[in-house]
Design a protein around this ligand. Structure first.
Ligand code: TYM
Length: 333
């Protein structure tokens, strides 16, 4: 069955192995299926929900675009564009924010995490971030949205918003409720320094993550320094959750070699971490180094990247402006 795929990545720098294994690798697989229609968005409007340096933002928009292409998304087959070039996203977000309930947004755990203790000082944009995300998806009648595990709650909210809109305006199935595509295993990659914390762009320690722009030496060094525990490699899944760092590294390994956790545990059962880490480094270098080199190459051709975004935004705008026109008509504008 053909799927209409939509997903987004924030251009906030430091795209990492979590983004890659949790989302981008899945984008590539979906892009490679002939029957799918895929749209991948560099969500710069989401990025400005926290303060950005304009020069850095511009650079990061190109870097995220380069990362999509370097990872294997084909811009001839999929639409790649940046959100701010298609005005319907902002318009639709406003309209949907009038349908969304404050109580729903108050439950969003990502806002609580990102706003930290001093919620009063967070931007309104950070609070309504999931409504803009719903607009992104609903404008394109997306049927499936590939994301990492941390975005599950936002997708449930998107479905609620779509249903309330359809009810309020007596238009069953006008906004399509999308299905999340979240990998069953390894959809949450953790920090290399703390197995209980998500691998994140904003972690102050660069050693906590493998960046997709890291070179061979950096990757090897980060895996060498990754936190483990004093015991040998686990021999079964029992009590593995009490060894979060071991579980995370084995998860990364399994995801990269495309096998289940049980098989990876068997491969290294009782061995020293150092032996496992050598193997993991090799596999990571094999997978990430070509991506990193290709990102570097593409970043030297800014015109190529800007043209991809321009072409993509023209195609995206065609779809989104039609939908927003129908939305406006429906609500009486
Ligand atoms: P962003 O840029 O924070 O993350 C991009 C994608 O990477 C996934 N991800 C992870 N997966 C596994 N382990 C991790 N440690 C990890 N860290 C990040 C995220 O789940 C995400 O899939 N709000 C979205 C961007 C967005 C969007 C959309 C997505 C805006 N509009 C519409 C889908 C549809 C986000 O988290 O971006």
């Amino acid at each position: 069955m053909s799927k209409k795929i939509f997903s987004g990545v924030q251009p906030t720098g430091n795209l990492h192995l979590g983004n890659y294994l949790g989302a981008i690798k899945n984008f590539v697989e979906l892009n490679n299926k002939k029957e799918n229609e895929c749209i991948f968005c560099v969500v710069d409007l989401h990025a400005i929900t926290v303060k950005q340096d304009p020069k850095e933002l511009k650079k990061n928009i190109r870097e995220t675009t380069a990362t999509f292409i370097a990872s294997g998304i084909d811009p001839k087959k999929s639409i790649i564009f940046n959100q701010s070039m298609v005005p319907a996203h902002s318009e639709c977000a406003w309209i949907l924010s009038c349908v969304s309930r404050i109580g729903w947004l108050n439950r969003m755990t990502q806002f609580k995490e990102k706003a930290g203790k001093d919620k009063e000082k967070a931007s309104i944009g950070l609070y309504s971030y999931p409504v803009l995300m719903a607009a992104d998806i609903l404008l394109y009648d997306a049927t499936h949205v590939p994301v990492g595990d941390d975005q599950k709650q936002h997708l449930e909210l998107c479905r609620d918003i779509a249903q309330k809109f359809n009810n309020d305006f007596d238009s069953p199935n006008f906004l399509k409720t999308p299905e999340p595509l979240i990998q069953k295993e390894f959809s949450r990659i953790m920090s290399l320094k703390d197995g209980l914390k998500k691998m994140s762009k904003s972690d102050p320690s660069d050693l906590s993550r493998i960046n997709l722009t890291d070179n061979k030496e950096q990757i090897i060094n980060k895996i060498k320094k990754a936190k483990t525990d004093p015991m040998p490699m686990p021999s079964d899944q029992k009590n593995l959750s009490e060894r979060p760092e071991a579980e995370n590294l084995l998860g990364i390994y399994s995801s990269l070699v495309n096998q289940n956790l049980e098989k990876s545990i068997n491969d290294f059962s009782g061995k020293n971490f150092s032996e496992f880490k050598d193997k993991l480094s090799d596999i990571l270098v094999n997978e990430i180094e070509p991506v990193s080199k290709e990102i570097e190459r593409l970043l030297n051709d800014q015109k190529y990247l800007d043209d991809i975004l321009l072409e993509g935004s023209i195609k995206a705008d065609k779809i989104a402006s039609k939908k927003i026109k129908n939305i406006k008509q429906l609500i009486g504008f």
